[in-house]
Design a protein around this ligand. Structure first.
Ligand code: AMP
Length: 397
């Protein structure tokens, strides 16, 4: 079964075509600046050179249409009928969706109903679904939710200390994101450990431009660092992570900015980018700065690592121990430098780093020493493959 995986953002669309039986990636790419001047599509047929084209994309439907044209033009598929299914990444499933589902009109309606919880993402996701429905009528589609894996969190972990009415009436609570990645990586870690997933205590550190940590106890997520939105938790590339809510009012008073402007600062101008006085949100630049003893880089990276250590400590306690820690996503998979700064602070858990193994980039590898009480792994994430797997397993029935 050939599955087209679609990750539709407000102005971008990422796509992959995966053979779900062999799990082989056939084709992947990105449409950028949809609805904005200077839009472009880039795609790679596996084993060939990347092709980039500037082309007008006034709306998402044009982008999907360009993706489908590229698939036939390059001969990856002879006709669109060879695409057996589409798997859509949906950011927010609210409390309604605890697992992936086959898309029908009721599902689309339910995704729209929780749009106020993810106003930038869910409407774009629905636009992506509608565009595919128009251009590939009859092709079955599956929705895979970023929040679903975290729906097993117990009430103690997901409730905020707010009037309970706000939860009941408005569903204000912690949801968590990157769930497809946390699920994929925690399962993979159990496989690498050769242990039963349902009997393992794992902490997954998804450290990318967006970053979150999750506690996976016996195959179920019991806590995660992101909240109602992906703004809570760790200090991220440009997002502030957890702050005292009063900070917002204080910034408003001090700067004269309104709430929307402050939210923009918290989402786009904070994190390691803001802490480094806008040096960079990219950990490659920050690592270079750190090694050159740039105090802006040192401040940002050390604050980031401190927060990761804090969550690991908390989650080890919440689960009554921890068997494995997995590092994943752009920073977690590639930066031995950041991993070392974090792992060196975990001695209390009986963890020691294998410095030689920690040189690894983007490969599955055990990076703790043989006598380390907790096994530490680098496990590359693959959200698209996880989406293709869910799509296949739901539709192959
Ligand atoms: P992601 O959001 O998972 O795609 O991660 C993107 C981020 O990963 C980038 O912004 C960088 O900060 C980081 N990153 C990617 N490659 C490297 C690398 N080789 N060393 C350090 N950080 C990296």
């Amino acid at each position: 079964m050939k599955v087209l995986v679609i990750n539709c953002g407000s102005s971008s669309l990422k796509f992959q075509l995966i053979d779900a039986e062999t799990e082989k990636l056939l084709f992947k790419g990105l449409c950028e600046r949809i609805g904005i001047e200077g839009s472009c599509i880039s795609f790679t047929v596996t084993g060939q050179e990347k092709i980039t084209r500037e082309t007008p994309m006034p709306e998402h439907k044009t982008a999907v249409s360009l993706v489908l044209n590229a698939l036939t033009e390059t001969g990856v598929v002879k006709s669109l009928s060879e695409i057996d299914a589409v798997g859509h990444r949906i950011v927010h499933g609210g409390e309604k969706f605890t697992k992936s589902v086959v898309i029908d009109e009721n599902v689309i309606k339910a995704i729209e109903e929780v749009s106020d919880l993810a106003p930038l993402h869910n409407p774009a996701n629905v636009i992506g679904i509608r565009a595919c429905q128009d251009l590939m009528p009859g092709t079955p589609m599956v929705a895979v939710f970023d929040t679903a894996f975290h729906q097993t969190m117990p009430q103690d972990a997901y409730l905020y200390g707010l009037p309970y009415d706000y939860y009941e009436k408005f569903k204000i609570r912690r949801y968590g994101f990157h769930g497809t990645s946390h699920s994929f990586v925690s399962k993979k870690t159990a496989e690498l450990e050769n242990k039963d997933y349902s009997q393992l205590k794992t902490i997954v550190c998804h450290l990318g431009n967006g970053a979150s940590v999750s506690a996976v106890l016996n195959g179920k997520c019991v806590d995660t660092s992101m909240g109602l939105t992906p703004l809570e938790g760790l200090i991220m590339g440009t997002r502030c992570g957890s702050i005292d809510p009063s900070v917002i009012e204080t910034i408003e008073k001090k700067t004269g900015k309104n709430t929307a402007e402050v939210m923009k600062v918290l989402n786009k101008e904070s994190g390691v980018y803001g802490l480094s006085r806008n040096l960079s949100s990219d950990f490659r630049d920050l690592e270079d700065g750190y090694l050159a003893k740039d105090e802006n880089a040192i401040r940002a990276v050390d604050s980031f690592c401190y927060q990761v250590v804090k969550y690991i400590g908390a989650y080890a306690l919440v689960m009554g121990g921890v068997d494995c820690i997995a590092f994943t996503a752009g920073v977690g998979e590639n930066s031995g430098f950041v991993r070392k700064l974090i792992i060196d602070k975990l001695g209390m858990l009986g963890i020691t780093l294998n410095e030689e193994a920690n040189k690894v980039r983007g490969e599955e590898k055990l990076i703790s020493t043989p006598d380390s009480k907790v096994h530490v792994w680098v496990v590359p994430t693959n959200e698209e493959l996880a989406i293709a797997r869910d799509t296949y397993s739901l539709l192959a029935k």
